[in-house]
Design a protein around this ligand. Structure first.
Ligand code: HEM
Length: 412
C-alpha cells in the first residue's frame, strides 16, 4: 500500500474513512475536510488500490460523477487491479452488472430497464405497497414489541423487490443473511476479500435460479420478463441477466432497509420535525428527500478511476488514480444547503446526491422514494400508536453503508 502521508497536500492529514465509520462525529470530520480544501488524499478504499482522492463538496461530487474520464473500470493502468479483483467469483459476476460498466456497454445494460423504473410505471405500485406496509405494521403492533428494521423494513423492502423483479423470495431474512457478506465486496475494506463473499454470491445466484424456475406468470409486467426477453433476442447473455439480478437482490433492498432505521432515529432526535411530519401528511414526499440528504444510506458513492491524466476543478489527477465522492459530506455542504446540520422537512428543491448523479444515478430512485414515503406514512399516519423502546439500536457494520440492523420499538 502507498504511503498516503506523502500525498496529502500541504496541511490536510490523510483522510481515513475507516476510522470514522459509524461514529457520531463522522459528519463533523467530513465537514472539516470539506471546509479546508474540499478535497484530500486518503487511505485507498480497497487494499488493491494505491492512494485515493476524496472529494467533499457538493460541486466537486457532482462534477466527479459526471466527469467523462472518471470511470468504473477503464482499460490501462487499472487492468492489473481489475484482474486481481475478478479472480473472485463475486467480482467476476458484479463486473457484468450495470453498476460497474462504462459507456458504451453501460448504455446497453441500463437503457432497456429505464422505462420500467420510470416514476409513472413505479407509481402504479403505490396502492399495493401501502396495503403491504399497513399489514406488516398491524402485525408488529399486534405483537406488542417489534423491531422497525427486522419486522417492518426487511420484509417490506424485500417483498417490494420480489414483486418488482417478478421472482419469489420466500424468506427475506435468509436473503439478508446472504447479502451481509456480499456487502464486503461493495463496501470499502482494508483487507483482501475473503472466500465467504464468493460463497454468499454463489448462494444468491442459486436463489435467483430457483426463483426463475418457480416464478408464476404475473398480471403486471415484471423486470425479469424484460431481462428474459433481452436474452431471448441475443442482446444480453444469461450471465448478464444473473449479474444484474445479483445487483438488484443487493441494492434493491439493502439501501431501503438501512434508510428506514436511520430515518426513524433521525426524526426521534428532532421531535419538532417528527410532530410536523405527523400533522402534515403533505410533507411526506419532502421529508423523504430531506431524510436522505441528512442520513444517506450510501455515505460514499463507488470510487471512480481516471482513464487518463486529467483535472477536476483544477485538481490534477493521475491516470489510474481513484476518486471517491463523499456523498454524506456533499449532502451537508453549506454552499448547497442553508443550515445543513439541521433536519428540516420543509426544505424544497434539494440538490442532494444520496442517489448519486450522472449516468450511474440510482436506477431504483423512484421505487426507493415511493417505498420510503409509504413506510413513513404507515409509521406516522396510518399506525402512529408506537414508540421506540429504551433498548439501544444496533448499527450495521460498514464504512460506505450507513444504517441499523435493529431499531427496537413497542406498541402504545
Ligand atoms: C434509499 C434507497 C437507495 C439509495 C440511497 C441508492 C443509492 C444509489 C447510489 C448512490 C447509486 C450510484 C452509485 C455510484 O454512482 O457509484 C445507485 C445505483 C444503483 N441503484 Fe440505488 N439506491 C437506493 C435504492 C435502490 C433500489 C430500490 C434499486 C432497485 C430496485 C436500486 C438499484 C440501483 C442500481 C441498479 C444502480 C446502478 C445504476 C447504474 O449504474 O446505472 N437502488 N444507487
Amino acid at each position: 500500500m502507498a504511503d498516503v502521508s506523502i500525498a496529502t497536500g500541504v496541511d490536510a492529514p490523510a483522510f481515513d474513512p475507516f476510522a470514522i465509520a459509524g461514529r457520531e462525529d463522522r459528519y463533523a470530520v467530513m465537514a472539516a475536510y470539506r471546509s479546508r480544501d474540499g478535497h484530500a488524499y486518503g487511505l485507498p478504499p480497497y487494499p488493491e488500490l494505491d492512494r485515493a482522492l476524496y472529494v467533499f463538496t457538493n460541486e466537486l461530487i457532482h462534477n466527479a460523477l459526471k466527469h467523462p474520464a472518471l470511470l468504473q473500470a477503464p482499460p490501462g493502468d487499472y487492468d492489473e487491479v481489475r484482474e486481481t479483483l475478478t479472480q473472485h467469483a463475486v467480482w467476476e459476476t458484479l463486473s457484468k452488472s450495470v453498476l460497474l460498466n462504462d459507456p458504451p456497454r453501460h448504455e446497453a445494460l441500463r437503457r432497456p430497464m429505464t422505462e420500467f423504473f420510470s416514476r409513472r410505471n413505479i407509481n402504479r405500485l403505490e396502492a399495493w405497497l401501502e396495503g403491504f406496509a399497513d399489514d406488516l405494521m398491524a402485525e408488529c403492533l399486534r405483537a406488542g414489541r417489534f423491531d422497525i428494521t427486522q419486522d417492518l423494513a426487511v420484509p417490506f423492502a424485500v417483498g417490494a423487490l420480489s414483486r418488482v423483479l417478478g421472482l419469489p423470495i420466500d424468506d427475506p431474512w435468509h436473503l439478508k443473511r446472504l447479502t451481509a457478506p456480499l456487502t464486503n465486496a461493495l463496501d470499502m475494506r482494508r483487507d483482501p476479500l475473503g472466500d465467504e463473499v464468493d460463497e454468499a454470491c454463489g448462494r444468491i445466484i442459486e436463489m435467483i435460479e430457483d426463483g426463475i424456475r418457480r416464478r408464476r406468470p404475473s398480471d403486471t409486467p415484471c423486470l425479469i420478463d424484460i431481462m428474459e426477453d433481452l436474452v431471448a433476442r441475443g442482446a444480453w447473455t444469461r450471465d448478464t441477466l444473473i449479474a444484474n439480478c445479483v445487483i438488484f437482490y443487493f441494492a434493491g433492498q439493502e439501501t431501503v432497509v438501512d434508510s428506514l432505521g436511520s430515518h426513524v432515529l433521525a426524526l426521534n432526535r428532532f421531535p419538532a420535525q417528527k410532530a410536523l411530519l405527523s400533522s402534515r401528511p403533505e410533507l411526506l414526499r419532502q421529508a423523504v428527500e430531506e431524510l436522505l440528504r441528512f442520513e444517506p444510506p450510501v455515505q460514499y458513492s463507488g470510487f471512480r478511476i481516471a482513464a487518463h491524466a486529467t483535472r477536476l476543478n483544477g485538481i490534477e489527477i493521475e491516470a489510474g488514480e481513484a476518486v471517491v465522492p463523499v456523498v454524506a459530506a456533499g449532502n451537508r455542504d453549506p454552499a448547497a444547503f442553508d443550515a445543513p446540520e439541521d433536519l428540516d422537512i420543509t426544505r424544497t428543491a434539494l440538490p442532494h446526491i444520496a442517489f448519486g448523479t450522472g449516468i450511474h444515478i440510482c436506477l431504483g430512485i423512484h421505487l426507493a422514494k415511493l417505498e420510503l414515503k409509504i413506510a413513513l406514512k404507515t409509521l406516522f399516519h396510518n399506525h402512529p400508536n408506537w414508540q421506540l423502546t429504551d433498548d439501544r439500536p444496533v448499527r450495521r457494520p460498514g464504512v460506505l453503508f450507513n444504517g441499523y440492523t435493529s431499531v427496537p420499538a413497542q406498541a402504545v
